[in-house]
Design a protein around this ligand. Structure first.
Ligand SMILES: Nc1ncnc2c1ncn2[C@@H]1O[C@H](COP(=O)(O)OP(=O)(O)OP(=O)(O)O)[C@@H](O)[C@H]1O
Length: 249
């Protein structure tokens, strides 16, 4: 019998407490290559904590997270998160660009330091990644010379420059003025079309419905409902998702 193919990101029964408070209460999610997983839920339901566990920014207490064959918990215990960090890119709500570096320099930094990419190749890589986010003309600009939406697009290019297998996005449009949200979402949509595996914590319900391949509704530290986004939005089964969908529309 052929072996079943493992998901790219396999999250199995993960539990995590902060002090006496259990924030993740046995979360399991399969993410296949090319999936666009949108994680939604009320504030405090554990979405960000889960995302941070996937790339080892937080440890978890029990269960397992395996990313492309790398056991995250084990890697963290052994102090070997480097391979994982190469595999998993992350974009945050705050852009966190280095203010004294240009857009291109921000994008090149990690490939140069971590992957020892040589200067000329790094320059090409930065140009390629900035083109992907529609900012070829801003390579020489400093963050202070860019709008919030443009800065976030540079942050996306920076994460992509490490050629991760999966990109985690934690509420990446929440700090933006409303008129800048769409330009960032359009970039993420184009990445999804390219087949990049994405896991996004998002409050953008239309985006979750239209671009997501899988919707995960978290409620009080658990996966309360999951499935194809259009189905879940049209027919939420539980009162909790019904209320949530009702409250955000
Ligand atoms: N470092 C920490 N120390 C203590 N408690 C924490 C820590 N990080 C998160 N928590 C708590 O864990 C719970 C879940 O937080 P988390 O940020 O994962 O929720 P969330 O669903 O992402 O919420 P939001 O949509 O507001 O970002 C919250 O009650 C939060 O206060």
């Amino acid at each position: 019998m052929p072996l079943a193919k493992a998901p790219l990101v396999d999250i199995v029964d993960v539990r995590k407490s902060f002090g006496p408070t259990e924030v993740l209460k046995g979360v399991s999610i399969d993410v296949e290559r090319g999936d666009v997983v949108a994680i939604i839920g009320r504030s405090g339901s554990g979405k960000s904590t889960l995302l941070r566990c996937i790339n080892g920014l937080e440890t978890y207490d029990s269960g397992a997270i395996v990313v492309d064959g790398i056991d995250v918990g084990l890697s963290a215990k052994e102090g070997k998160l480097r391979d994982l960090r190469r595999n998993v890119g992350m974009v945050f709500q705050q852009f966190n660009l280095f203010p004294h570096l240009t857009a291109a320099e921000n994008v090149m930094l990690a490939p140069k330091i971590v992957n020892k990419v040589q200067p000329l190749e790094a320059k090409d890589l930065a140009a390629e990644m900035l083109a992907k986010v529609g900012l070829s003309d801003k390579a020489g600009n400093y963050p202070s010379q860019l709008s919030g939406g443009q800065q976030q697009r540079v942050a996306i290019a920076r994460a992509l420059a490490m050629r991760p297998n999966v990109l985690l996005c934690d509420e990446i449009t929440s700090a933006l003025d409303p008129e800048l949200v769409n330009e960032v979402l359009r970039v993420v949509e184009s990445l999804a079309r390219e087949g990049i595996t994405l896991i996004l914590v998002t409050h953008e319900m239309r985006f979750a419905r239209d671009v997501g391949t899988k919707l995960v509704f978290m409620h009080m530290g658990k996966v309360h409902e999951e499935g194809p986004p259009k189905d879940l939005f049209a027919n939420p089964k539980t009162p909790e998702l019904q209320n949530f969908v009702g409250s955000v529309h």
